[in-house]
Design a protein around this ligand. Structure first.
Ligand SMILES: [Cu+2]
Length: 105
């Protein structure tokens, strides 16, 4: 009987997790960025990207001349391009993929 209760609660947890994935998908979009020369550039771009509505997180790579941005809203892509361009960097979206939310990351 105890075991059945345990299995039932595990099933409930899994169901709750799946439901959340469906209501709030997060996409990861890669950007190419030209013009970064030091970590201050990385920090400035990171701060600018995080201010854009619909961005839930980002990782900017100086060596890779790129950024990986997590979005909850596709409308954020042109806003990111505009905001980072305004700082004086060349930025363009590279590719994107849909990733499940609520499992780390
Ligand atoms: Cu710099």
């Amino acid at each position: 009987m105890r075991r059945i209760l345990l299995l039932a609660s595990v099933a409930l947890l899994l169901a709750a997790c799946t439901a959340r994935t469906e209501t709030k998908p997060v996409r990861t979009v890669q950007f190419s960025i030209q013009g970064m020369t030091c970590n201050h550039c990385v920090e400035a771009i990171t701060a600018e990207m995080r201010d854009v509505p619909g961005v839930s997180g980002c990782d900017v790579s100086l060596e890779g001349e790129s950024a990986t941005v997590r979005l909850t809203d596709d409308a954020a892509v042109p806003k990111i391009v505009e905001a980072v361009s305004r700082l004086g960097y060349e930025i363009a979206p590279r590719d994107s993929e849909t990733v499940p939310v609520g499992h780390g990351a």
